[in-house]
Design a protein around this ligand. Structure first.
Ligand code: SAH
Length: 223
């Protein structure tokens, strides 16, 4: 039963990647990303009342007005980071912890920050009970990043920002990538890929139109 549902989710992701290939610049995602999507049990990350829809290719409510992101978007954002096994990643917006678990399969260590204490507590307990042991979490404002563990090979923001937070650019390693939805918080954003080259130069590319819940606690540091 479950295997068929997971296969359907993987097929849905592949189909949507093909539909959007011109925008996202790839025909298929990295097989390692697809195996992480296959192996992390999304049903463990959604509320019991939504179990029947756990492998549908759509977002679902997780309480506190927040959502677990659509599988295609989780897979795409992970793919855009182009992670290596020894990379260190920062995630802003733990939410259910699903994206966190996916990242943990593809890098050495994930640091994750969640703004809503109740969500942070649930996600931490869930990730521990599922046995993910390369994740460190905290409750706080991810706008400021997590300077103690910086710099990061990859940074992923899973809430909508009005601008790219300066602290996150600063905490990116030369050669690192930041993926963040940027735009109008309650409407529409551009999934944005920020790359810092080895000389520290920044390249910014808009990848795809998306709709995320707002990033809380932004500060006025426009760049
Ligand atoms: N990746 C998550 C997405 C959850 S929705 C998942 O797939 O389950 C976005 C999350 O970002 C919410 O849980 C919200 O509380 C959190 N968030 C919003 N602003 C934040 C901030 N400034 N710092 C950290 N987390 C934030």
């Amino acid at each position: 039963m479950k295997n068929r549902q997971i296969q359907r989710m993987l097929d849905d992701i592949e189909r949507e990647v093909r539909y959007t290939r011109k925008m996202i610049g790839r025909n298929a995602l990295d097989p390692k990303v697809m195996s992480a999507m296959e192996n992390v049990p999304r049903n463990e990350f959604v509320p019991k009342s939504y179990h029947d829809a756990a492998f549908d290719n759509g977002p679902l409510p997780i309480g506190h007005g927040q959502t677990i992101s659509q599988p295609y978007i989780v897979a795409l954002m992970t793919d855009l980071l182009e992670l290596d096994a020894d990379d260190v990643v920062l995630e802003i917006g733990t939410g259910s912890g699903y994206q966190t678990a996916i990242l943990s399969q593809l890098c050495k260590q994930v640091y994750t920050i969640e703004y809503v204490p109740a969500l942070a507590d649930i996600a931490k307990a869930r990730l521990e009970s599922l046995g993910y042991d390369n994740i460190t979490s905290m409750t706080g404002n991810g706008y400021d990043g997590w300077p103690e563990h910086a710099p990061y090979d990859g940074i992923i923001v899973t809430a909508a920002a009005t601008h790219i937070p300066k602290p996150l650019i600063e905490q990116l390693k030369p050669g690192g990538k930041l993926v963040i939805p940027v735009g109008r918080p309650h409407l529409y954003q551009e999934l944005t890929l920020v790359e810092k080259d080895v000389n520290g130069e920044i390249d910014i590319r808009e990848v795809l139109g998306v709709a995320f819940v707002p990033l809380q606690g932004e500060r006025d540091e426009y760049i």
